[in-house]
Ligand binder design. Sequence first.
Ligand SMILES: C[S@@+](CC[C@H](N)C(=O)[O-])C[C@H]1O[C@@H](n2cnc3c(N)ncnc32)[C@H](O)[C@@H]1O
Length: 229
Amino acid sequence: MRPLLLPRLEERLQAVLQRIRSEVHADIGSDHAHLPLHLLASGRVRRCVVVEKTAAPAAVARATLEAFGWLHAAEVRVADGLSGLHPGEVRSVSITGMGAKTVRDILEGRPERLDGVNRLVLQPNDEPSALRRWARERGWHLEDEALLAGYWAYPLLCFVRGEGEDPAYAGHDLELALRFGPQLLSRRDPLLRRTLEAHSGRLERVQVHGNPRTLRELAQVRAALALWD
Ligand SMILES: C[S@@+](CC[C@H](N)C(=O)[O-])C[C@H]1O[C@@H](n2cnc3c(N)ncnc32)[C@H](O)[C@@H]1O
């Protein structure tokens, strides 16, 4: 008999889930497969491809999906990043809970496997400028971005296919927007402000040593904070 209660979905993954609605979705680096499980159970996706780099988390993912009766709608594959997808097979992709550069490397690794994909939902665990730069160079526009409160402030970025300049950056200082997020800056995001203030405080305490990198960083953080004046 099917257990009634699904495992609790972390808030950052709930925010990811709310941004996905797709016939066929792929979650790369799924680990426990909580996100695919909730995507299937909520009806937000009809089929889900679950890709894991190593066998042990893939076995956990398979067991979780089976225990809740959703293995018939999912396929768990052991593969490195996008190489686990067949060309044209999925419409949306999520990659969550890893460093931004790891996420970028996964996207760069097999770019042709993104053919047919029209939405990327990325939730890196650290500063996502590498992803914003990648997207601008590869014809993806920023549709939506957020900072999610949690153990720390988790970034969340949704990209869709777009032509020409990404309008999200219009009117922004490009370097500031790539670093801190054009939409977050435009709407003067309160969590971004608190994060910047905390970072500025840390930098001010060490700037007495006059390290040029610290001083450049502090100038950039102050320029962003000045937008709230
Ligand atoms: C920290 S866990 C995050 C799990 C889940 N996505 C989340 O947000 O809670 C990262 C997972 O990504 C997997 N992973 C890392 N690089 C990968 C790659 N290139 N291809 C597939 N899986 C990968 C790891 O094996 C690990 O299970």
